[in-house]
Write a new protein. Sequence first.
Length: 265
Amino acid sequence: MAQNDTQPYRAVLTGASGGIGAAIAERLAPRCALLILVGRNRNALEALAGGLQGCQVRIVSGDLCEQATLDAIAACARDSGGINLLVNNAGISSFHAFETQPAAAIRAQIETNLVAPMLLTRTLLPLLHAVPAAQVVNIGSVFGSLGYPGFAAYGAAKAGLAGFSQSLRRELADTAVAVRHFSPRATRTAINSAAVNRMNTALRTNEDTPEAVADAFMAFLAGTAAERTLGGSERFFVLVNKLLPGIPENAIRKQLGQIRKYLPR
Ligand SMILES: NC(=O)c1ccc[n+]([C@@H]2O[C@H](COP(=O)([O-])OP(=O)(O)OC[C@H]3O[C@@H](n4cnc5c(N)ncnc54)[C@H](OP(=O)(O)O)[C@@H]3O)[C@@H](O)[C@H]2O)c1
């Protein structure tokens, strides 16, 4: 059952200090009774909180890859009277040739983008089950459904997150906790290195602003769809990739020479 959009949200938002996270926080705050902002950079979270209106704002700063941070979020949520929304938005990306990518960078992307949201969801599920209707929204990526050169570890993590979202949604289908998945396409934020930005410009990749992504996120949140991928052409490519994967395979192969010009190795 989807949460009634007329109820105020009592939300945990990870990655709140980032480009997409901050834009979501600004739009979510007026719809919230409680908004718990999570990230490692406390100063950035405090600056964001200072500009938010209309709800009680709490901050938990810490590394989501550490259980202590997950426990601190749960304690904050419990002490604040409970939650009905978890947005797993925090993420990292490291654009690099896979063969020479340091193991630590591969591990960090899997830990941050996949293991941390899974464990945070598990940690908060008892609180989410305690309210009449709740939802978990995982922020994925087009690259989780459409493998792309230079993003092998990132794409693996985001594909895993999509699988996690679908499995858990089906596991909880007879409960009041909805599990949903929202996938942006390329967006102008700090997650993308200068090399990625140069490549996107050269390839004329469609790019969204974080504000546009946050607007689309709010519309998704108010609806009942289980999944949403942003961008008409990206949705089309994701579908073709499922049905006729040879077509994107050839199209991306044709881009490979260009991609290699920007790919750190
Ligand atoms: N921008 C894009 O092109 C794009 C496209 C598709 C999907 N996405 C997804 O959208 C989400 C938001 O990304 P963004 O573009 O807004 O990136 P961003 O501006 O770099 O923000 C990332 C956020 O995640 C937080 N974070 C990263 N690692 C963390 C950790 N270990 N513990 C706690 N917080 C952590 C960062 O905060 P601190 O550094 O303060 O910890 C920051 O608030 C990500 O899941 C990303 O994969 C982005």
